[in-house]
Ligand binder design. Sequence first.
Ligand code: NDP
Ligand code: MG
Length: 378
Amino acid sequence: TPPVGVALLGATGSVGTSALRVLERHRERFVPVALTAHSNQDALQEQVAQFSPAYVGLVAPPTDELPEDWGKGRSCLVEAATRPDVQIVINAVVGAAGLEATLAALTAGKRVALANKETLVMAGQIVTDTARRHGGALVPVDSEHSAILQCLAGREPSDVRRLIITASGGPFRTWNSERIAQATVSDALRHPTWQMGSKITIDSATLANKALEVIEAHHLFGIPYDRIDVVVHPQSIVHSLVEFVDGSVLAQMGVPSMELPILYALTWPERLPDAGVPPFDLVGLGSLTFEAVRHDDFPMLALGIAAGRQGGAAPAVFNAANEVAVAHFLDGRLPFAGIVQCVSAAVDALGTMPGDTLDALLAADAAARDYVNAKVGS
Ligand code: NDP
Ligand code: MG
C-alpha cells in the first residue's frame, strides 16, 4: 500500500518538529505532502529540503523573497488541509488561527490529528458536529486526551463514571501565592517536565492549559463537566485515567514525549511498532505521586471550567482573552497575576455574547481580544 499523505500545519513548532520525527521514522507508512508555518521561513526551508513536500505554505512571510511555488497568507492552511493527496491533517498551529483549517479538513472527510486544542474550546460543538456530519475523524494529539481515548477503547460515555485528567502542576506547583504573583517570564517558561511552545508553557504555569483540556475532553468524549476531575501528578508519567461505572480505573502511562500521542493519532485505533520510544522503566521511575490542585493559588482552572459550563460564547471569550493576555505577559506588558485578571474581566464582560453560530463565536473571539488589548493599553 502507498504511504498515507499527511498535511502538517504548524510544522516548525514544538509539536510540528516532533511530528516530523515520527513521520521520518515511519516513512514507509506516512509521507508529509504539505507543510505550513506562520513566519519562520528559514526553519520551513530546511524542512522542505529534507522532506520535499508537494505543497509548502507560509502564513506571514517575513520577506518578499519567497520561493515562487509556496502558498502565502492565511488561506494556505485550508489549501494544505484540503488537498486530495492528504488523508490526515496534523493541526499543530497554536491558537484560534487553526479553526478554519480544522473545519475545512473535517468537511472534506479527512482525519484531523488535533494538537490545536484552542479551536475545540472556542467552537467545540461546531467542530464535533462537522466531524460527525461529514465523516471526518477528530483524533486528539494532546497527551491527556490520547490517554483517555486509549483507556476508553471504544466504551460509551454511559460506561464512564469519571475522567481524571492529570496535570504536572507547572513550574509554580510548590510556590506560595506571593511568589507566584511576582513570577517573571523566564520563571514561567521553565516547565518541569515538557519542552513546548511558549504559549502553552505559560498556560501550564497558570493552569489555563488544564482548563482548556477539561473543555476539550468534554467535547471529544461527550462527558459532562461534573464527571471530569483534575489531579496534579508532577512526574507526567500517568497521562490521564478513566474510572468506569463498576469502579475499575484504567490509566495510560508512558515517558513524557509527544511523539507517542502523535503516532497514536496517526494510527488509531491500530498501533505501530516504534523503536524510537525507549522501554518503560518503572523501577527507574521509583515513585509516582498525586496531589490536589491548589485552586486558591491557581484561579484560572476554575475560571476556565466555569466558562466551559456556561457554554455559548463564554469558552471562546476565555480562550481569546487568554491568548492575548499571555502574549502581553510574554512581551513584558502584563504581570503574571494580570493574566487571570484580564481573562476573568473579559469573561464577566463578554461571556454572555451570542455563541450559537460560527460567526457569533468569531465575533466574541474578536471582542475578547479588543477588550484585553484595551485593558492592557496597547
Ligand atoms: P509552537 O509555538 O511551538 O508552534 C506553533 C506552530 O504554529 C509554528 O509552526 C508556528 O509557525 C505556527 N503558527 C503560529 N501562529 C500561527 C498562525 N496564526 N497561523 C498559522 N500558523 C501559526 O506551539 P506548540 O507546538 O507548542 O503548540 C501547538 C499546539 O499544540 C497548541 O495548540 C498547543 O496547545 C498544542 N499542544 C502542544 C503540546 C506541546 O508539547 N508543545 C502538547 C499538547 C498540545 P512559526 O514557527 O512560523 O511561528
Ligand atoms: Mg496536554
